[in-house]
Design a protein around this ligand. Structure first.
Ligand code: NDP
Length: 243
């Protein structure tokens, strides 16, 4: 029997975040969804509610510390608690460093690293006051390797891994910490690539991809463990993928 929880998910407007919202709501959790495309979130909430689930949303830009704090406060006002935060929002505009796409580097740093830190800053005090909570950070196989065109993206995901491990070590029994590292997964992620050579390479690399539900199941597994069990990391790759 799964204990129902209030689960906040950033980047819930597509891909892994949307699949996770559906899966967790199906399992009986109440989900609070955030992203910038509010109309996508609205449709997803309607779909979940029509299927008998409990869901609400608020538009959020994870790069904005104040906005993320308001997102977490709204969830607490709506559902009374914040049991789990899934820091899932991410972008991946890959390119060789020599292309000097400095704005895209900064965007990855802002969304992938600052976004996760903003989530922790907003949710951790609430979880500590409750005496329990769970932060789930979505990293990547790029947290464990570096590939050409992926220097900055992989750096941001190495950072997500390090932040997760540091938070785990500092959490004294009240907050669980999980980092989920997906391999290639069907989503909109590669659409942000503006560099033509990186786009071409990604088409080949992403030919073998997991459905987003494969990652949702890993997230659900970590959340649904007994309170004294902290699943620290899960790496999920397609069987046919070497990287
Ligand atoms: P998608 O592009 O489908 O989803 C990314 C989500 O992040 C969207 O919902 C987007 O919503 C949201 N997002 C982007 N920028 C912001 C922002 N500033 N504020 C709030 N939300 C934002 O890709 P995935 O589902 O694949 O990505 C989910 C996570 O999984 C990412 O962290 C990604 O790095 C990671 N990952 C994915 C892999 C894959 O192969 N798919 C492999 C390894 C890791 P909106 O635009 O509406 O704001």
């Amino acid at each position: 029997m799964i204990e129902p929880k209030t689960v906040l998910i950033t980047g819930a407007s597509s891909g892994i975040g949307a699949a996770t919202a559906r899966a967790l709501a199906d399992d009986g959790h109440q989900v609070f969804l955030g992203a910038r495309r509010a109309e996508h979130l609205e449709h997803l909430v309607q779909e979940i509610v029509a299927a008998g689930g409990v869901a609400a949303f608020r538009r959020v830009d994870v790069t904005d510390t104040t906005d993320v704090r308001s997102f977490v406060s709204s969830a607490r006002e709506h559902f009374g608690r914040v049991d789990v935060l899934v820091n899932n929002a991410g972008v991946m505009p890959l390119s060789p460093l020599a292309a000097l796409k400095v704005d895209e580097w900064n965007r990855m740093i802002d969304v992938n690293i600052r976004g996760v830190l903003n989530g922790i800053a907003a949710a951790l005090p609430v979880m500590q006051a409750q005496g329990s909570g769970h932060i789930v950070n979505i990293a990547s196989v790029g947290a464990h390797e570096v590939v050409p065109t992926g220097a900055v993206y992989c750096a941001t995901k190495h950072a997500v891994w390090a932040i997760s491990e540091g938070l785990r070590q500092e959490s004294s029994g009240d907050v669980r910490v999980t980092v989920v590292s997906p391999g290639v997964t069907e989503s909109e992620l590669a659409e942000s690539i503006s560099d033509e050579s990186a786009r071409k390479e990604m088409r080949v690399y992403r030919a073998v991809a997991l459905p987003a539900e494969a990652i949702s199941r890993a997230i659900a597994y970590a959340i649904d463990q007994p309170a004294d069990v902290d699943v620290n990391e899960i790496i999920v790759r397609p069987v046919a993928s070497a990287q």
